[in-house]
Design a protein around this ligand. Sequence first.
Ligand code: AP5
Ligand code: MG
Length: 215
Amino acid sequence: MILVLLGPPGAGKGTQAQRLTAERGLVQLSTGDMLRAAVKAGSPLGQRAKAVMDAGELVSDDIVNGLIGERLDVPADHPGFILDGYPRTRAQAEALDAMLGAKGLHVDKVVELVVDEDALVDRITGRFTCANCGEGYHNRYKLPKVADTCDVCGSHDFKRRIDDNEATVRTRMAEYRAKTAPILPYYDAKHIVARVDGMASMAVVGAAIDAVLPG
Ligand code: AP5
Ligand code: MG
């Protein structure tokens, strides 16, 4: 199965992708995570992407298409992918279809997380993740079960993203409205879009996503 999770910053793409990975064995492909890893490693790609990401703008289509293309070589028994934060422009959506088509694959489902943008600033400025395994948390909506200890790996080391401040979030939302939301008609024309209320609790959003996925 190839699933695309679409939604503005803080909609819950990463949260739901991590859950689907844990529950269904699907492989999460997050271009944001890949780019942050490149920035951390100080690679030439990371050096090019850093300023753009810190400003909340989109990095170039060529860069992210390349990152995804490198990861689409899969054996026949592969469980499938969740694309989290990709595609984000019409050109990326078309490149994805071309890359998948060359392997006899296609996007099976696009889930749009429908959210109220004003509530998302609160979600994003409260977000933190485990620095060791990447598990996501929130100051109010999802605290570790034991204080300062990751539920998944037991690490005590947590981090926050540089772009998780209100000013940058507003730019990221504007980028979503201007460049990413317009790809929905492209997928609507293929009749593969399901819209899910992303403002419900994490568990209710998860159940609504499960209800629209095959199997
Ligand atoms: P990326 O990392 O993809 O960031 P984003 O799209 O801004 O989305 P977020 O990761 O902020 O939100 P999310 O939907 O994953 O929310 P989460 O589940 O964490 O991209 C970062 C940057 O990289 C971009 O700005 C761009 O520069 C670059 N980039 C990446 N991909 C690119 C591409 N394809 N093309 C060009 N540039 C690209 O949830 C947020 C918080 O809310 C968490 O704390 C969580 O615990 C909490 N939460 C989640 N669900 C709920 C719920 N239902 N109720 C209450 N709280 C919830
Ligand atoms: Mg994310």
